[in-house]
Design a protein around this ligand. Structure first.
Ligand SMILES: Cc1cc2nc3c(=O)[nH]c(=O)nc-3n(C[C@H](O)[C@H](O)[C@H](O)COP(=O)(O)OP(=O)(O)OC[C@H]3O[C@@H](n4cnc5c(N)ncnc54)[C@H](O)[C@@H]3O)c2cc1C
Length: 467
């Protein structure tokens, strides 16, 4: 007789939901354990404090989500998400000056984070093999350091604990993950953990876009110049569903944005260029400011443990969480779920997948980890607790000069910009800079003049004049 196989996924955020969809193709039932109450619509919830803030969903992440759960991105567009081409529809002040609005080579799906989660949730709830167990907290693992056989969950309403057996447990509980402690409790050595904390604080407010800033309005971003030894401050206008703008400003330690509504726009005005504040002058605030400091880069090297238990896997922020400024968390989660799906194709028993996945996920997170941490370490009072020599040793100044040169040329050369965007959207590894046409373009240098003003279209300029 066929034995029922069960996967248990911890956490119903993006990593957890995508993992559940991958797992559902390989086991008879998937139970997703979530400590929050079931949402009743696309609303922020307690377990996702980041959901108030801008979430860039890069093209690469969108494509991976759609492969795991076909039709998701179209549903997002139908619900009002905007597809915004980059760099064409992204007005950006980079550390190296204004970016020319070259023809689109990547895009972002722009909507609120709750809409992304709600849309994915509806997709997985339509899958008969998946059940979500809301208001249940995962409190520990069952089994041994050789073989995890399930999870202990607590009913948040009654406080009662119960054991759930599983062929595979996938931890997707994000930054709150207790997995390292659970493994140590089972007798494994402490998990090597790297933390790079620039102290970046996010502050976000929702605005109704001014009349005239309808469909096609660009993303507007002012980035810090990480080469200047002062706190890094950023700001972005993100056109989302319902004709609204989600506006997030951020600052590293010593330059944090205020929680105060009145000071919000003034903070934006103090960025390297006042364009965000200038556009806000015509917009109507709909909410107060929300802040979060839960933004440090934190990476757990599960791959360095001397052994990995059968029946266990981990993906998403539970393994590596990044400073969100580059928008890499969702892509890394989707890449992890894709790797889970691929690894499941290769094993004869789902419980064997974890050992394959732990190494693959370590490779996946390395690129976004380096992109985020190498910039964060430039900011004053960035706190580093790491063994990774790439973080603890003094950077090679020639390497930094090369990176700066590439970034500068990218603002004024479309081929180099395309390559840089492939890297920053995690569509290609950084080695794509070695491609012959990119090297030739770098050698030839910028094809376009340096911009001294933001590259606004006539209608965008008129909007500013009206504000
Ligand atoms: C301020 C901010 C802005 C961000 N902006 C971007 C962006 O622009 N683009 C981008 O790609 N990424 C961004 N990120 C990162 C992104 O939010 C995460 O990478 C993404 O949510 C995937 O995380 P996850 O699914 O692994 O974990 P999470 O999203 O943290 O979800 C964990 C889930 O597990 C649940 N949970 C936790 N503990 C337990 C438990 N013990 N038992 C049961 N359930 C539990 C929680 O309630 C939650 O539902 C941002 C992050 C922050 C903090």
């Amino acid at each position: 007789m066929h034995e029922i196989t069960r996967g248990v996924v911890l956490g119903t955020s993006i990593a957890g939901m995508l993992a559940a969809s991958a797992l559902a193709r390989h086991v008879d039932e998937v139970v997703v354990v979530e400590r929050d109450e079931a949402p009743t619509g696309p609303f922020s919830r307690k377990g996702l404090p980041q959901s108030w803030h801008v979430h860039q969903l890069w093209s690469s992440g969108a494509k991976l989500i759609d492969k795991l759960l076909p039709g998701t991105i179209n549903r997002l567009y139908q619900a009002g998400a905007n597809r915004i081409g980059v760099p064409q529809q992204h007005i950006t002040l980079t550390a190296f000056g204004w970016q020319h609005r070259f023809t689109e080579s990547q895009y972002m799906v722009c909507c609120s984070r709750p809409l992304i989660d709600w849309t994915i949730l509806q997709q997985i709830q339509a899958e008969p093999r998946i059940t979500v167990l809301w208001e249940h907290d995962a409190t520990g693992l069952l089994g041994t350091a050789d073989h995890v056989t399930g999870v202990i969950v607590r009913d948040m309403a009654t406080g009662a604990h119960r054991e759930m057996q599983a062929d595979l447990v996938v931890d997707a509980t994000g930054r709150a993950s207790q997995l390292a402690n659970w493994l140590t409790g089972m007798g494994l050595p402490p998990v090597e953990t790297d933390v790079v904390d620039s102290g970046i604080t996010y502050a976000t407010r929702l605005f109704r876009a001014p009349p005239g800033a309808g469909q096609g309005f660009p993303i507007v971003t002012v980035y810090a110049d990480y080469r200047v030894p002062r706190p890094g401050q950023n700001g972005t206008i993100f056109p989302i569903e319902n004709g609204n703008w989600l506006v997030t400003v951020s600052g590293t330690r010593g330059g944090e944005p205020p929680a105060d509504d009145h000071a919000f726009t003034e903070f934006a005005r103090g960025l390297r260029h006042p364009i965000v504040a200038d556009f806000l002058a015509g917009a109507e605030p709909l909410t107060s400011v929300r802040r979060t400091r839960s933004t440090s880069n934190r990476r757990l090297h599960f791959d360095k443990l001397p052994q990995w238990p059968r029946g266990l896997a981990a993906i998403g922020d539970a393994v590596a969480a990044f400073n969100p400024i580059f928008g890499h968390g969702i892509i890394a989660a989707a890449m992890g779920a894709t790797a889970l799906s691929e690894a499941l194709e290769r094993v004869s028993s789902v419980g064997d997948v974890g050992a394959l996945l732990v190494r693959k996920v370590a490779r996946i997170v390395d690129e976004p980890w380096l992109i985020a941490t190498s910039q964060d370490t430039c900011y004053p009072d960035c706190r580093i607790q790491a063994k990774d020599p790439r973080l603890t040793e003094k950077p090679d100044p020639r390497q930094q000069q090369l990176t700066d040169f590439v970034s500068e040329v990218a603002t004024r050369q479309p081929v180099v910009n395309n390559a840089l965007l492939r890297i920053t959207s995690l569509s290609a590894p950084s080695s794509c800079m070695q491609e012959p046409d990119v090297l030739a373009a770098l050698q030839a240098g910028p094809t376009h003049p340096r911009l001294t003003e933001p590259p606004l279209s006539t209608s965008e300029r008129m909007l500013l004049q009206r504000a």
